[in-house]
Design a protein around this ligand. Structure first.
Ligand SMILES: O=C(CO)[C@@H](O)[C@H](O)COP(=O)(O)O
Ligand SMILES: [Fe+2]
Length: 241
């Protein structure tokens, strides 16, 4: 099955003073998932929120059969194993940890799956894509297989940074090698950068500033989604060449 376009606004760019209603507002504008950036001040030089806040916003957002309302937790934390159970209890759906933050990414994927969440694995701009190949090539046990790969397009830690196009060859390599994988990009995405990211092969698009800062978030979300949709067929032709 072809990957479908998924738009996941980063709530880091929302007004935290009215977080639950901001989440509802952006879902109402057509967002699919909510991207929740968790920073611990160790893995990245910034601190955001933890599981208690996720617990508070969970009841405000309905999950639908067509996959809307998923909480995509981007764990920019050291030792990601330690927070799995808290986020599962808080209502996280997808627990995306950093490859660089753990000594055993395969075991971490298994622990996330055991908790009932889906597992994502993220790489920073300077981490090559091929570190993931041994994990992604081994389809022998679904418990150890990630549900999504996240290619960071900025250095993790802050919203509002400039998109780094140099990360796109990694997205292309991953898309050509894994045509059905959900590939997420995160950092500096918006109407001016979506073309290159979608052409490279990203289907899950995180956008914070570009969505929450827009006068018409619905319009921005539809541009992002349509641009991914236009490229899905192109990836198929390219991987056959
Ligand atoms: O994980 C991160 C930053 O570390 C991101 O999710 C950003 O928060 C996205 O924000 P914009 O670059 O879209 O403003
Ligand atoms: Fe993020």
């Amino acid at each position: 099955m072809s990957p479908k376009p998924i738009i996941a606004p980063s709530i880091l760019a929302s007004d935290f003073g009215k977080l639950a209603s901001e989440c509802q507002r952006i879902i109402g504008h057509g967002a699919d998932w909510l991207h929740i950036d968790i920073m611990d001040g160790h893995f990245v030089p910034n601190i955001t929120i933890g599981a208690p806040v996720v617990t508070c916003i969970r009841p405000a957002i309905e999950k639908t059969a067509d996959g809307k309302g998923i909480f995509d937790c981007h764990m920019m934390v050291a030792k990601p194993e330690q927070w799995i159970s808290d986020f599962a209890k808080a209502g996280g759906d997808l627990y995306c940890f950093h490859y660089e933050a753990t000594e055993n990414p395969r075991e971490c994927i298994k622990l996330v799956h055991d908790s009932g969440m889906k597992a994502g694995i993220a790489i920073k701009p300077d981490t090559p894509a091929d570190v993931l190949y041994s994990i992604l090539d081994d389809t022998s046990d679904p418990d150890y297989y990630p549900d999504m790969v996240l290619v960071m397009t900025v250095e993790p830690g802050f919203g509002g940074q400039k998109f780094q196009q140099r990360c796109m060859p990694k997205v292309t390599a991953l898309r050509d090698r894994y045509p059905e994988m959900d590939i997420e990009v995160d950092g500096g995405l918006g109407p001016s950068t979506i073309d290159v990211a979608a052409e490279a092969g990203a289907n899950v698009i995180v956008a914070g500033t570009a969505v929450f800062g827009a006068p018409d978030p619905k319009h921005v979300i539809s541009i992002l989604k349509e641009t991914v949709q236009k490229n899905v067929e192109l990836w198929k032709t390219r991987s056959k060449v």
